[in-house]
Design a binder for this molecule. Structure first.
Ligand code: OKP
Ligand code: ZN
Length: 345
């Protein structure tokens, strides 16, 4: 399968995140992409550098003031203190209910809170460049599929599906799946389906398309009553306005194993078929794997081949975008199994 990699992903390498009050090494780190890339090369897949500029599409899925903040954030952090080059900024205050989010404070940390949903999404020197190159990879994949390629994989990090119209969160900055879906719409697909199979609900993608009837969002994920992102992803979220009925959440309890998970996948596929999509974008999180250190489903390596085959069965031009997956040593195997399962179906 043709794949785009992200030549700048390594510049996004924050050192630590918070976990139960302690600082721990980042789960979302550059070795993830290394494992996936080397597995794909070993299995004979082609890896190209992005050849499209996602700027226009980014302006359609994210707010201009959020993009401007993200692009300049590291420089503004350094401007506070040159010693900040080796320190990670974290938000410490957020505009929750009753507080105003329409005005940007001057204070950098206050603006970081305005544009963040959590304190688990650290910035590094190369974050903007990495996230932008990842969005370029997603746009490149969409353009290839529009030009007739059956399926294209986007092997990129940081992930994107928690990033909403105007905020970062859950290790995500720019919503790569939304970029791919919007790029497909711009190139003439009348209806696009986004299927999110990451363990965590893709709150950002849902929010970006919630009021739209031209993009269906379907997600299978850990029940937000117990799992991140907690505040979105329930079954009663069905879309609004033009988008009413074009959002389907299939939350499953922690501990779910293959039988129940693939039953939910059948429901998802039935909804996508009924929608009459012209193209499919898959938010391919691999953290449903039984060995994942921060997730609680139990798919085995072989289940990812079955997933790939089922996705191919939808018979739609398909962009697959890497999201989560933190059992790094097995990440290459699981990504490769999806791609090979897809191609051998
Ligand atoms: C991103 B993706 C523990 C951090 C957990 C949230 C998980 C983000 C998952 N301090 N952070 O959907 O795989
Ligand atoms: Zn995830």
């Amino acid at each position: 399968m043709l794949a785009f990699h992200n030549p700048l992903h390594r510049g996004h390498a924050p050192v630590h995140e918070f976990f139960r009050g302690e600082r721990v090494p980042c789960f979302e780190n550059p070795t993830r992409a290394d494992y996936v890339e080397s597995s794909l090369r070993a299995r004979g897949h082609r890896l190209l550098a992005p050849d499209a500029d996602s700027s226009t599409v980014l302006g359609q899925v994210h707010a201009a003031r959020y993009l401007a903040f993200l692009e300049g954030a590291w420089q503004q952090w350094l401007a506070l203190d040159t010693a900040n080059a080796s320190v990670q900024p974290f938000p410490s205050v957020w505009p929750v209910r009753t507080l105003r989010s329409d005005r940007e404070p001057d204070n950098f940390i206050a603006r970081l809170g305005l544009y963040s949903m959590d304190n688990g999404t650290p910035l590094a020197a190369g974050t903007w460049a990495a996230a932008k190159a990842g969005a370029d990879a997603a746009a490149s994949a969409a353009f290839r599929v529009d030009a007739g390629e059956r399926a294209v994989f986007c092997c990129t990090r940081p992930p994107g599906h928690h990033a909403g119209p105007d905020f970062m969160g859950g290790y995500c900055f720019l919503n790569n799946a939304a970029v791919a879906a919007q790029a497909l719409r711009d190139r003439g697909a009348d209806r696009v389906a986004v299927l999110d199979v990451d363990y965590h609900h893709g709150n950002g993608t849902q929010s970006i398309f919630y009021g739209r009837g031209d993009v269906l969002f379907v997600s299978i994920h850990g029940d937000p009553r117990t799992e991140y992102p907690f505040y979105l992803g329930h079954a009663d979220e069905t879309g609004e306005g033009e988008g009413e009925g074009c959002n389907l959440n299939l939350p499953l309890p922690a501990g779910t194993t293959a039988t129940a998970w693939f039953a939910a996948l059948e429901q998802a596929c039935a909804r996508i078929a009924r929608f009459g999509a012209d193209a499919l974008v898959v938010s391919l999180g691999l953290d449903t794997f039984e060995g994942d250190p921060i997730s609680r489903f139990a798919l085995a390596c072989a289940d990812f081949s079955r997933l790939g085959a089922r996705l191919a069965g939808l018979k739609l031009p398909t962009v697959l975008v890497l999201e989560g997956g933190y059992a790094t040593a097995e990440l290459g195997t699981n990504a490769g199994n999806v791609l090979d399962g897809f191609e051998q179906a």
